[in-house]
Design a protein around this ligand. Structure first.
Ligand code: FAD
Length: 369
């Protein structure tokens, strides 16, 4: 007999895992499927920085809701998710960036986000390994770090999981697997990240490649997630290639160093030229980084949408289908807020925040050129 579920979640990355958990907690009979393993897609190759971003009001509302949800979950399961409440410091290199620090601080404070403007001497007392001519920074106190693959597993606890189960087709209230099996469900959620268009071809999501490097253990070399203010330009502009300084302390005493953005299709090879530029940029901000031993580098694919916001909600082209994909460089952060909004829509609850800016159907109304 064909199994019948209330909801099938396709994709067990952080977004699918969060959606499965939210619906399971609401009492639904949920199964999560993945073509490979839990967290083996972009989630497994990411940094795990849970960060409030204010590129737009919509981004700020979703990341702020999500960060609050992460704080609650991570404080309760600190060890399981490798929770590090280190905060973020946005580093200002010149007076123009210091102006940006002040305007960002005003915006955050207007939204009750706790921040501290740092002058140069306070910045160096917190992070003595930064280069000497910086002007200051903005400390976002409650940003934190989690370990995404373990967090995805935690979110899926108690939920039926089918790994090595690739979905090849989504039909009304039904999916087909590669091995010919058919599963039925009232609701199907496409949470396949950058691969979401492979089974919902109209979705305008492109893989945006990024590199990371992990170092050996050097406890206390850096204590906060440090990001240059120029990162915002790099993330925002849809340039073919860009790099920005971004470093993260792991609880192990290691450091993750990023970041790069590149449109290179699905080529997952390390691009030595981009990697070289990324590391030079990092050493420009933290000259002593060049004395640290790098252990490994890898790439991952951010699921990028044309308007830089995720696609969350019903997809009326196929009965029963919902989308939760397209989170670009903020999917770890935004996963819990996405799941909350999706469940609010499915269950007819009052939405936690205005869902309109993220509705998947916006791209049917205004298709990308
Ligand atoms: C270098 C880098 C650093 C990053 N750092 C951060 C960060 O610090 N903070 C942050 O918030 N975000 C960060 N991101 C972004 C974040 O990693 C992504 O937005 C997020 O992981 C997307 O999660 P997802 O669940 O949508 O996709 P994925 O993690 O890719 O999960 C999709 C899953 O779907 C499965 N799948 C695909 N097709 C099928 C199919 N047909 N059938 C069944 N299963 C299928 C895949 O196997 C995969 O497991 C970073 C990204 C990169 C590349």
């Amino acid at each position: 007999m064909t199994p019948k579920y209330d909801a099938i979640v396709i994709g067990a990355g952080i977004v699918g895992a969060a959606c499965a958990r939210e619906l399971h907690q609401a009492g639904m009979n949920v199964v999560a499927l993945d073509a490979f393993k839990v967290g083996c897609g972009t989630t497994g190759g990411s940094m795990g920085h849970v960060v409030v971003m204010d590129d737009s009001d919509a981004q700020l509302h979703l990341t702020s809701l999500s960060r609050d949800l992460w704080k609650n979950l991570a404080e309760e399961h600190a060890e399981a998710v490798e929770y590090n409440p280190c905060g973020t410091i946005w580093v200002a290199a010149d007076e123009e960036e210091m102006e940006a620090v002040h305007s960002k601080a005003r915006n955050y404070l207007d939204h009750d986000i706790s921040v501290q403007v740092l002058d140069a001497s306070s910045l160096y007392s917190l992070e003595p390994n930064l280069r000497e001519d910086l002007k200051g920074g903005l400390r976002v106190v409650d940003d934190c770090v989690i370990y995404p693959p373990y967090s995805s597993r935690l979110l899926l606890e108690g939920i039926e999981l089918r790994e090595n189960s690739r979905v090849t087709r989504i039909l009304p209230h039904q999916i087909q697997l590669e091995d010919g099996t058919t599963l039925e469900s009232d609701i199907v959620i496409n949470a396949c990240g950058a691969a979401a268009p492979q089974i919902t071809p109209e979705l305008p999501i492109q893989p945006r490649k990024g590199h990371l490097v992990i170092t050996d253990r050097y406890p206390e070399f850096c204590r906060h997630q440090l990001v240059e203010l120029g990162y915002l330009k790099s993330a925002h502009k849809m340039e073919k290639e860009s790099v920005a300084f971004n470093i993260q302390p792991r609880l192990s005493g290691q450091y993750l160093v990023g970041s790069s953005r590149e449109f290179a299709g699905w080529d997952d090879g390390v691009n030595r030229s981009v990697l070289g530029r990324m590391l030079s940029r990092a050493c420009h901000y933290m000259p002593k980084l060049k004395d640290l031993m790098a252990l490994r580098s890898w790439t991952g694919f951010r699921p990028a949408t044309p308007d830089k916001l995720p696609l969350i909600g019903q997809w009326p082209q196929v009965a029963g289908l919902y989308i939760a994909a397209g989170h670009e460089g903020l999917g770890i952060t935004s996963s819990l807020g996405t799941a909350r909004l999706l469940a609010d829509e499915i269950l007819g609850r009052k939405p936690a925040i205005d869902p309109a800016p993220y509705r998947a159907t916006r791209i049917l109304e205004n298709p990308p050129e």
